[in-house]
Design a protein around this ligand. Structure first.
Ligand SMILES: N[C@@H](CCC(=O)N[C@@H](CS)C(=O)NCC(=O)O)C(=O)O
Length: 209
């Protein structure tokens, strides 16, 4: 498999961590969309990462859809989002909160990155940052309840909810440094540190920027 993207993208990173967790080999073709859009466009008309090319050449886009396909390949016993029932709903809800935090941190970051200073709309940045804070407050409470060794929705093994929360926390720490995660959300910060120490995360490190 070939993963097109880079690990500053939390969406690409959650795919990479999931593949690593499931022991599915892949090669990263490191591409930064805004530096090299044509390398992405030939695989994805939206010109977005992540894009995953399967061994038979089929191309998948959109992290939720990619992870759904990976779960199907992994099989019922190993999938990172349960196939059905209350546990699936809990994992999906927490994953949505983690991924929503990624999106909101990304939007706040993009506002400053892609607008000249006089066109940055500060209330919009604050609106997005506040949504990140709301998500992190919720995840912090979940991490507190999970304890030192547990997982966020009480699954026996790490789920997509855990990967999403930890990847979102690390991403926000990189692109929204004004948010003091360690002080404001200590349980989430500890939980993220525990996840980041795992081999599956360490093999998908954030690039130097
Ligand atoms: N919902 C998408 C979001 C993907 C996304 O926004 N990727 C960013 C990189 S972090 C990107 O490609 N941005 C370029 C653009 O949308 O113009 C997913 O989960 O895959």
């Amino acid at each position: 498999m070939k993963l097109i993207g880079n690990y500053l993208s939390p969406y690409a990173r959650r795919v990479a961590v999931s593949l690593n967790t499931l022991g599915m080999p892949f090669v990263l073709e490191q591409v930064f969309v805004f530096k090299d859009p044509e390398r992405v466009r030939k695989h994805n008309p939206l010109v977005r990462v992540p894009t995953l090319i399967l061994d038979d050449g089929e191309t998948l886009i959109e992290s939720y859809a990619i992870l759904d396909a990976i779960d199907e390949l992994a099989g019922a016993e190993r999938r990172l989002t349960p196939a059905a029932g209350a546990e699936r709903r809990r994992v999906m809800k927490l994953t949505a909160i983690g991924v929503g935090a990624m999106e909101k941190a990304q939007w706040a970051f993009y506002e400053g990155r892609f607008h000249p200073p006089e066109k940055v709309h500060v209330p919009w940045v604050e609106h997005n940052d506040n949504q990140v804070l709301g998500a992190f407050a919720f995840l912090d409470q979940q991490a507190r309840e999970a304890g030192d060794n547990g997982w966020l929705v009480g699954t026996e093994t790490m789920s997509q909810a855990d990967i999403g929360a930890a990847v979102a926390c690390t991403f926000a720490g990189a692109v929204r440094p004004g948010i003091d995660i360690a002080t404001a959300y200590p349980y989430l910060a500890d939980f993220t540190a525990r996840c980041e120490a795992l081999e599956a995360f360490r093999r998908a490190p954030l690039p130097e920027t």
